[in-house]
Design a protein around this ligand. Structure first.
Ligand code: UT7
Length: 324
């Protein structure tokens, strides 16, 4: 008997306020054309004043429960991937737990920046296959608008806010690639790339939350190579060949990174879920948002093989192969 972590439901939430690229032309030396052609981004959502990461995450969690036809009391755990928590502590996980009315089980946060959802999925998978938990809600929720330097045109036009949530449940499988659920995980990090993407503040250094700093071009080159490589490794671990892939669900940072990675994997763009034009880069929320939108659009169907891959600050990167 092999226990698999199988997807039972998914949902997302995007803040109401949509900001089109042209808005930035009013305050910065930039253009809709530059943002579109260099990143593929056309618009993004920004949280309202007072709207926090846990609020976005709780709404996505409610949507996932509805999709799974479950109650909060059916869950054993909530794992939240975020780098923009409401407070230094308690965790966003426990805040979402309270908000959705879950009074037992456990909740915590995982911090691996844009790769956070992959790390959180890996953790949820481990909780499930070790028998620690039967049903785990995995949330990616971010308010990156709070850590933008609005005078830095090379970063502030790229990011957005939002949340997505996925419910995984323990189910028996055969132990082969025909099983539904998470089939493999590949995680990597290399702290020597620290300066490529970081926030210049924090509790034990400046006592402030800081602003995002990025060497975009250098990171771009690392991203395509590392994303293709981690996806390949995860596919090998799952014993899945590239022609068996139904959908790649990439981290939505830049359409050129998404296209470059798909090309390296030998996959056409009609097998890639793309939401970067509407969401921008929502860090740990970008993969569950893309999965949820991909389900709504009718792209990802039950039984489909999906490869999710992401890279971000650390650098930290990784991939998950799952059969929906
Ligand atoms: O989520 C974590 C992972 N994140 C990523 O993987 C992001 C990776 N990087 C990227 O997506 C791209 O590198 C960017 C979209 C950030 C930048 O695109 P690029 O093609 O690498 O441009 P660049 O940084 O080489 O900049 C080209 C030019 C520069 O001007 P000069 O030096 O050539 O005169 C920049 O100053 O574009 C300029 N520039 C802008 N111009 C207009 C930078 N930002 C802007 C802007 N509007 N917003």
């Amino acid at each position: 008997m092999n226990i698999r972590a199988v997807v039972r439901g998914i949902g997302h939430y995007l803040p109401e306020r949509i900001v089109e690229n042209v808005e930035f032309e009013k305050t910065l030396d930039t253009s809709d054309e530059w943002i579109r052609t260099r990143s593929g981004i056309e618009r993004r959502h920004f949280a309202a004043e007072g709207e926090t990461t846990s609020m976005l995450g709780a709404k996505a969690a409610q949507a996932a429960l509805l999709d799974a036809k479950m109650q909060a009391s059916d869950l054993d755990a909530i794992i939240v991937a975020t780098s923009t928590p409401d407070l230094t502590f308690p965790s966003v996980g426990t805040m979402i737990q309270k908000e959705i009315g879950m009074t037992s089980g456990f909740a915590f946060d995982v911090q691996a920046v844009c790769a956070g959802f992959i790390y959180a999925l890996s953790n949820a998978n481990a909780q499930i296959i070790s028998g620690q938990a039967k049903r785990v809600m995995v949330v990616g929720a971010e308010t990156f608008s709070r850590i933008m330097d609005w005078e830095d045109r090379s970063t502030c036009v790229l990011f957005g806010d939002g949340a997505g949530a996925l419910i995984l449940e323990a189910q028996e499988g055969e132990g082969n690639s025909e099983d539904r659920g998470i089939l493999s995980v590949d995680l990597n990090s290399d702290g020597s790339y620290r300066d490529m993407l970081y926030v210049n503040g924090g509790v034990s250094s400046t006592g402030t939350s800081g602003k995002l700093q990025m060497q975009g071009n250098a990171l771009f080159r690392q991203a395509v190579q590392k994303l293709a490589s981690t996806a390949q490794t995860a596919l090998e671990k799952a014993n899945i060949s590239s022609d068996e892939i139904d959908w790649v669900v990439p981290h939505q940072a830049n359409i050129r990174i998404i296209e470059g990675t798909a090309k390296k994997l030998g996959l056409p763009m009609d097998k890639v879920v793309v939401t970067v034009q509407d969401h921008g880069n929502t860090s740990a929320a970008s993969i569950p948002l893309a999965m949820s939108v991909g389900r709504e659009r009718g792209q990802i169907k039950d039984g489909d093989i999906c490869v999710a891959e992401a890279i971000g600050g650390g650098l930290a990167w990784g991939a998950v192969v799952l059969r929906w």
